[in-house]
Ligand binder design. Structure first.
Ligand code: PFF
Ligand code: NA
Length: 452
């Protein structure tokens, strides 16, 4: 047996997990969900679900990875065998791999939009354009399957290339270069947003809450977003955790990941809403916030094309560091289970995801709202894929919490956690009772939507 593969440094897991966590969820989804759900009220419940549900499951998922030192599917086989527990728990590994396919397939298409917008910004073609032209150009992009396909292909190839180079030469080196660069860009865009936009209005919007704005819908969205933003429940964190140094602290690392991820979502929110409000635009624009409202703001501002272009580079880079964490668990499984070479395993994963991505590509044109198939099924394939992941991520998280909380022996958990008794008891209470209750609550509300 060869010795298990480990990251080069004690802190690399933190870097890799932050790379996975920080992505479209922070820059694209968090700001528009906040806009749709009343600003501060949403942020308050989001912070609560991150703390009480997100962090404990993050600890549990990295623990499962490190305790098994295998890819999620093989790791769950190993853990169920060595603990003599039900084989049913192996579903955690399989469901994670399945969900990783689905998420990567649409994540890549949306990241592709950012490639298009980086080009539009740098070419200067948006300078001084009016709002109608800009929103029509987004419509034109979505209407073109050819363009969407080119960007989707480019993006998924780039993620495959990085993972194909291996966990050290590809993932680690890539992250060591990209993460600091992304942070610098975020600071530039934030500084620009504060100077050129209305930071006061942005802060008021994000940090003052009306308790009357708290809606049940908001709770559900916040819970779903907590899983998505922390990359939970789909094997990404487990796969990276398998390479984690035995010396690193699980609790401290998980808290740091959640803190950085939340801080970046908030900083991105401040930057985006400063620009949006500074240009007299509205917050609640849905998914078009990044691709319509924000470009309108950039088109009017001095050097907006440059900062706008740099901003979309940030979006592409952040999405790339997340996408690679979706390729890794499946590729590592194929290598471990079938002895494939890494490039072949990665090739299989990305070709399948590329094909599945066609469903999303066509959802915005051939199968969009007024098409026959849309009328037939009442929703686009993209809506269906998103809906499936909205179920699978919390379900995966729920099973991870239950497995780590109830099936693993206290001895094993204590060995991995090496923390004091009090923290252990708090964590155990959260994964045994609080997180499962919260997730069950989401399901009771989400499942009835299947027929609606
Ligand atoms: N956490 C990523 C984001 O916020 O954009 C999305 C994601 C990446 C989800 C990897 C799940 C995952 F396994
Ligand atoms: Na995130």
């Amino acid at each position: 047996m060869s010795s298990p593969k480990i990251w080069t440094h004690k802190g690399t897991f933190l870097l890799a997990a932050v790379g996975s966590a920080v992505g479209l969820g922070n820059l694209w989804r968090f700001p528009y969900l906040t806009g749709e759900n009343g600003g501060g009220a949403f942020i308050l419940i989001y912070a609560l679900t991150i703390t009480l549900v997100g962090i404990p499951i993050l600890i549990a998922e990295s623990l499962l990875g490190r305790a098994s030192r295998k890819s999620p599917i093989m790791g769950m086989q190993y853990l169920t065998k060595s603990h003599n527990t039900s084989r049913g728990w192996r579903a955690i590994g399989w469901m994670g791999a399945f969900a990783a396919f689905i998420i990567l397939s649409f994540y890549s298409v949306i990241a592709g939009w950012a490639i298009h917008y980086a080009g539009l910004m740098f070419s200067g073609s948006m300078v001084g354009a009016d709002a109608d032209t800009i929103s029509q150009s987004f419509g034109a992009l979505l209407a073109s399957p050819g363009l969407l396909l080119i960007y989707h292909t480019l993006f998924i190839l780039a993620s495959g290339l990085i993972v194909g180079l291996g966990i050290h030469k590809g993932i680690e080196s890539g992250l060591r270069f990209m993460m600091p660069a992304l942070f610098v860009i975020l600071m530039i865009v934030l500084g620009y947003g504060i100077i050129a936009g209305d930071a006061g209005a942005a802060m008021r919007f994000l940090f003052t809450f009306n308790l009357s704005d708290l809606s049940l819908e908001g709770w559900l969205q916040a819970m779903g977003q907590s899983f998505f933003t922390l990359s939970l429940g789909m094997g990404a964190i487990m796969a990276y955790g398998a390479y984690m140094s035995s010396e690193a602290s699980l609790t401290r690392t998980a808290i740091s990941i959640a803190f950085v991820d939340t801080a970046i979502a908030l900083l991105a929110g401040i930057a985006i809403f400063s620009l949006v409000f500074g240009s007299g635009l509205e917050a609640s624009q849905g998914p078009g916030l990044m691709f319509v409202t924000l470009p309108i703001a950039f088109s009017e501002l001095p050097a907006g094309w440059l900062i706008g272009g740099v901003f979309f580079i940030l979006v592409i880079g952040a999405a790339l560091t997340s996408a690679i964490s979706l390729v890794e668990p499946v590729a590592a499984y194929l290598v471990e289970r079938f002895g494939m070479s890494r490039p072949v395993a990665v090739g299989i994963m990305i070709v399948l995801c590329w094909l599945l991505g066609l469903l999303t590509v066509f959802s915005f044109n051939i199968w969009s709202e007024d098409s026959f198939s849309h009328q037939l099924f009442g929703r686009s394939p993209f809506d269906v894929l998103e809906f499936i992941t909205n179920i699978m991520m919390p379900l995966g998280g729920l099973l991870i919490a239950l497995f780590a909380g109830w099936a693993l022996s206290r001895k094993e958990v204590m060995r991995e956690m090496s923390t004091n008794e009090n923290w252990f008891h708090i964590w155990q209470f959260l994964v045994r009772f609080v997180a499962p209750t919260a997730v069950a609550f989401v399901f009771l509300r989400t499942i009835p939507q299947i027929d609606g």
